[in-house]
Design a protein around this ligand. Structure first.
Ligand SMILES: Nc1ncnc2c1ncn2[C@@H]1O[C@H](COP(=O)(O)OP(=O)(O)O)[C@@H](O)[C@H]1O
Ligand SMILES: [Mg+2]
Length: 159
């Protein structure tokens, strides 16, 4: 049975800093073993949000967009695997990276363009759907499984 990820929460931001802060609040609450997909057009703010989540997990290194390398790993409070599927040609490429073996090993997966892989989308506990609603305005729709309700409620509540 597919996991239910009904979008029940929406937040709006009006600057890059706000989107990063939202990510940071989310990162504070993540304890591991989660797959988070970020969906949205180029320049919508997926990488900005990822940077925030990494900050929330205590990652000091600069978080780049791994568009050309597909996959990057960071060490914070928990290991973070940052994927960008923009240039993905075939789902097989994700398998070759060994990413699916990492699901459930205590890492957090943050996947930009997560909707480009049915397997990733299927494995996602949280889907962040970012829409550009103005030059600096973004609407972030949050879909999540029941198991993540507390994380999302608390994050949105603090925001
Ligand atoms: N509210 C906002 N949230 C996030 N980014 C914003 C916002 N307003 C403007 N921006 C700009 O949008 C761009 C988002 O870039 P990036 O995160 O790399 O996008 P993506 O990874 O989705 O392609 C940045 O240049 C950022 O300054
Ligand atoms: Mg990006």
């Amino acid at each position: 049975m597919p996991v239910t990820r009904t979008e029940t929460k929406v937040v709006t931001t009006s600057s890059e800093i706000e989107t990063e802060r939202f990510g940071m609040f989310l990162g504070h609450r993540i304890t591991g073993d989660l797959c988070v997909s970020l969906v949205g057009s180029l320049g919508s703010g997926k990488s900005v949000l990822v940077r925030g989540v990494c900050k929330g997990l205590g990652i000091d290194e600069e978080v780049l967009s791994p568009t050309f390398i597909l996959c990057e790993e960071y060490r914070g409070r928990i290991p973070v695997i940052h994927l960008d599927l923009y240039r993905l040609d075939h789902e097989r490429e994700i398998e070759e990276l060994g990413v699916f073996d990492r699901i459930g090993d205590g890492s957090l997966m943050l996947v930009e363009w997560g909707d480009r892989s049915a397997q990733i989308l299927d494995a996602s506990d949280i889907v962040l759907n970012i829409e550009m609603t103005g030059t600096n305005e973004r609407r972030i729709g949050i879909g999540y499984t029941a198991a993540c309700a507390e994380i999302i409620d608390d994050t949105v509540g603090e925001f």
